[in-house]
Design a protein. Structure first.
Length: 572
């Protein structure tokens, strides 16, 4: 096994989806010079595993315990976490009975604190522990030695579709792979290209002022100047802004994002980007192009294109500047027509908006944040070492990935999970209209928060619909029904970013190292303070070089070394 582990550490990125999963034994710890042999018992166990996967169901139902990080989910028909349409389906279809030990949200770290209490008190953990949005706490859980390696389980029990996707996305394993080369958590797939910003611009303002949508930063300057100085809302007051933005914590964020300003000069802030030669990682906020982007933001602030209050606004507050009709532009993901952009029509009669690509910089560069390199993952399921049926989760996810994620015509999920829950029949046709707020999403009652997703399916479907093609599959038909046309059009822009190599993914996709835990908060504070002063004009643009020097000496160089040590293990 020593040879296999060394190979795994070197070739993780290329082989995690296939060879890694077949090459490690969670029970064998000592190296052996003897040829591997297959015992009769081993052959029988493999045959039994294969038969179980093919059948997809336990003959005698098994109980699987879990905990839930969600107190906000809505139930109907008197149901709860243990007794609902999903748990009944799981027992009838798969022979798996889900038992919930406790339900806690993570406000004020309540969920992680509850898990910490379980670990410290020695109380029994559930069979399955879901963890998302907290990669550093994930490391704490893995360090507890309470959870099993999943490599052999994956090889034995994952469906062909799941293995195909794992081979396509070897990055999915990065966050749960330890120094021994084994993976200690099962990734949960999410949709790709889900965070890249487009510019949402008030189309009625453009039309009123006889302006064209900007394609360059210079053209954008002219549009924002008009939005500020030519009274686009017609109230006779100078009370509008060009751009809704947050400057409080992060310029690279999920809504009211400013990464595209930096992208116009060849970088993305507050994340780990590849160096010019591609052989190492660098902190984007210290790369060439950052100074020019800060200069541009300072110019916009001085001209009133950005609100002076932006330094106190979070993302949601910044979005309100757009939805209340105060700002003419906001940058955000293609799904914003679902939320919060509909509030604009409620607040401003006759207001319209449209998605446009971010503008190019003076050298023709254009770029946006791309999320983490393993953005096809939205969390992990950890499996207790003491679980009697660790394979049960694989059977459940197999079925959902094969049948629910992209349902077949005539199949059980053709119209949704269950009639009367996430869809209803109206005039003989299925409808997901939830204007009366009486529908729910049963897949969220399962172990995963979204049932199962095939990573590229949504963006490919939206792009197909944007091109004018008619939907043909159940997934495409469902998507066209509940996705707004503005969102469909925006998704096509995002796909163009991908095709034209205009995305900046964050290439660090692991838990924090010791140095990062000790240094990153200080480094973050240094950056926020330095950048805010420059943007507001309280420090000269030349002070940027002083920030870079201080960032490196305050721990940035040490953290960068750790990041590149990790990067070397996954670099192809």
């Amino acid at each position: 096994m020593k040879t296999n582990r060394k190979w795994l550490s070197i070739a993780l990125a290329a082989a995690m989806g296939t060879s890694l999963l077949a090459g490690c034994s969670s029970n064998e710890e000592e190296p052996s010079s003897k040829p591997a042999t297959t015992s009769t018992a081993g052959a029988d166990a493999d045959a039994a595993a294969k038969a179980l996967v093919e059948k997809g169901k336990y003959d005698t139902p098994v109980t699987v315990t879990r905990v839930v990080n969600n107190t906000q989910e809505k139930f109907i028909n008197g149901e709860d976490w243990d007794n609902n349409v999903f748990t009944k389906w799981a027992k009838e279809k798969l022979g798996i009975e889900l038992k919930t030990l406790w339900v806690v949200d993570n406000v004020n770290n309540a969920y992680t604190n509850k898990l910490n209490l379980s670990l410290s008190s020695g109380e029994d953990l559930p069979d399955l522990v879901p963890i998302r949005d907290n990669p550093n706490y994930l490391n704490t859980l893995l360090d507890s030695d309470q959870f099993m390696a999943v490599d052999e389980l994956f090889e034995k029990y994952a469906s062909p579709k799941w293995k195909e996707l794992a081979k396509k996305y070897p990055e999915m394993w990065y966050g749960v792979t330890r120094e021994d080369g084994k993976a200690y958590g099962v990734p949960v797939f999410d949709y790709t290209l889900n965070v890249e910003p487009v510019l949402w611009i008030r189309q009625d303002w453009l039309d009123k002022l006889n302006l064209k949508a900007p394609t360059t930063m210079d053209e954008l300057d002219k549009v924002m100047d008009a939005f500020v100085n030519q009274d686009p809302d017609g109230d006779g007051k100078k009370d509008t802004y060009g751009l809704a933005a947050t400057l409080r914590d992060n310029l690279n964020t999920w809504m009211s994002d400013l990464s595209w300003v930096f992208g116009a000069y060849g970088t993305a802030p507050r994340q780990w980007n590849k160096s010019a030669d591609g052989n190492s990682l660098e902190w984007g906020s210290t790369q060439d192009g950052t100074k020019q982007a800060l200069t541009k933001l300072n110019e916009w602030m001085s001209k009133g294109y950005i609100s002076k209050e932006a330094g106190t606004w979070d993302e949601s507050k910044a979005s309100e500047a757009f939805t209340k009709g105060e700002a003419g532009i906001i940058a955000g993901a293609h799904w914003m027509p679902d939320w919060p952009l509909p509030d604009l029509a409620k607040n401003v009669k006759g207001a319209t908006y449209k998605a446009y690509s971010v503008p190019a910089g003076p050298d023709g560069k254009k770029g946006v944040r791309g999320g983490p390199i393993n953005s096809m993952v939205n969390g992990y399921i950890l499996i207790n070492k003491k679980s009697e049926h660790p394979e049960a989760y694989f059977l459940m996810y197999n079925y959902l990935l094969e049948h629910f994620a992209n349902p077949e015509a005539g199949g059980e999920f053709e119209n949704g999970f269950a009639e009367g829950y996430d869809y209803r029949m109206v005039d003989g046709k299925p409808s997901k209209d939830n204007s009366d707020d009486k529908l729910v999403k049963p897949e969220r009652y399962g172990v995963n928060w979204e049932g199962a997703r095939q990573p590229d399916l949504m963006i490919d479907t939206l792009a197909k619909l944007a091109s004018g093609q008619e939907p043909t599959t159940p997934f495409e038909k469902q998507t066209k029904e509940y996705r707004k046309q503005a969102e469909i059009d925006a998704a096509a822009i995002v796909l163009d970013y991908q095709k034209n190599n205009q995305r900046f993914p964050d290439y660090f996709a692991s838990a924090y190292t010791d140095a990062m835990n000790q240094k990153m908060e200080l480094l973050r504070q240094l950056e926020v303070e330095a950048f805010t002063k420059i943007i507001y004009g309280n420090a000269s643009i030349d002070s940027y070089e002083d920030f870079v020097k201080e960032w490196k000496s305050a721990g940035g160089d040490e953290v960068t070394a750790d990041v590149n040590k990790w990067f070397a293990t996954i670099k192809k």
